[in-house]
Ligand binder design. Structure first.
Ligand code: PMV
Length: 311
């Protein structure tokens, strides 16, 4: 058997995070510049599955891994789905350039690369929809109540308009988008931000449903702007979405500083991306103006920046 290599991109949510958990639409794009990678290296008979997590400096056997180990869970789920009752003899080397706990889909990209690669290695490549469904099962272990947007955009590796529980709707992007992503340097576990908002929603559902409705309307308008290639209108809608996220207490002083710096440097729109409270912000910029926004973000404290084009 030969070595199998599988990758999966990072992702950014353009609009609609959090409200998407409550059934409203959201828009997300894959980030090809950052990716998770899983290599499947055939091993001697009897070895079983050996997991080598390069970034975590860990090396362990599947048979000894804890139930809640995410990497092992992805492998076990794939084997069970493909009805492999005995472990294949393979070393699984996992690495990723997607920063962890920053709202860029690090865990999802790793699960996707593992499941895609293992299925292929065993001679049963999975179509994107089946892959996405399996990754979603792993997402539930990590996040509790994920909307499914991360596994969808990453498994399909395409811009998506996503509504929870509905089949993927592909987005035809009318004009290329240049995005600048800035990392606030603050780790923000998705589960905590989502759980906290859920408690507040439970205490006052009417109020929060109202905010989610507003986000839903913004995302609908954004979809039309995006498909029509109306980039300035899309930027303005990102600004409006950020206002609501701020009202929902999902921003942070660090994120606010970066968002303001991007806008002062000429960005058409800027907002937090993902769970919020930390992690990354995302700015939509005119073609040729990314460098100025990157510099402004660095000066305002971004620990990392990434420029990407969505075509
Ligand atoms: O995993 P993150 O940080 O990109 O956040 C996911 C987006 C949320 O809407 C906050 C949660 C979800 O499940 O959609």
């Amino acid at each position: 058997m030969t070595i199998t290599i599988a990758t999966a991109p990072g992702k950014a949510i353009l609009l609609g995070e959090h409200a998407v958990v409550y059934g409203r639409p959201a828009i997300a794009v894959p980030l090809a510049e950052i990716e998770a990678r899983a290599e499947f290296i055939p091993a001697a008979a009897g070895q079983g599955v050996l997991i080598q997590a390069e970034d975590l400096g860990r090396r362990y056997r599947l048979s000894g891994a804890a139930e809640d180990d995410g990497l092992a869970a992805a492998i076990r789920l794939t084997l069970a789905t493909l009805e492999f009752r005995t472990e294949p003899d393979v070393t699984v080397r996992i690495s990723s350039t997607v920063p962890m706990a920053r709202g860029l889909g690090s865990g999802t990209a790793v699960s996707t690369a593992i499941i895609r690669g293992l299925a292929e290695h065993l001679g049963h490549p999975l179509p994107p929809a089946a892959l996405s469904n399996l990754v979603y099962e792993i997402e539930k272990i990590h996040h509790g109540t994920p909307s499914g947007i991360d596994n969808t955009v990453i498994a399909f590796a395409q811009p998506v308009y996503f509504v929870r529980g509905q089949p993927l709707q592909r987005l035809a992007v009318g004009a290329p988008l240049t995005l600048v992503i800035g990392d606030s340097g603050v780790a923000s576990p998705t589960r905590a931000a989502v759980g906290d908002l859920r408690r507040r929603w439970q205490a006052d559902p009417e109020r929060y449903e109202g905010y989610f409705d507003e986000v839903g309307v913004i995302v609908e308008q954004a979809r039309r702007a995006l498909e029509a290639g109306n980039v300035p209108a899309l930027g303005q809608l990102m600004v409006e979405n950020q206002e609501i996220l701020k009202t929902l207490d999902l921003s942070s002083p660090e994120l606010d500083r970066l968002i303001e710096a991007a806008r002062r440097a000429g960005a058409l729109g800027a907002k937090l991306s993902g769970a919020g409270r930390g992690g990354n912000m995302i700015a939509l910029v005119r073609d040729g103006e990314a460098a100025a926004v990157v510099e402004a973000l660095r000066e305002a404290g971004a620990v990392n920046t990434l420029v990407t084009t969505v075509a």
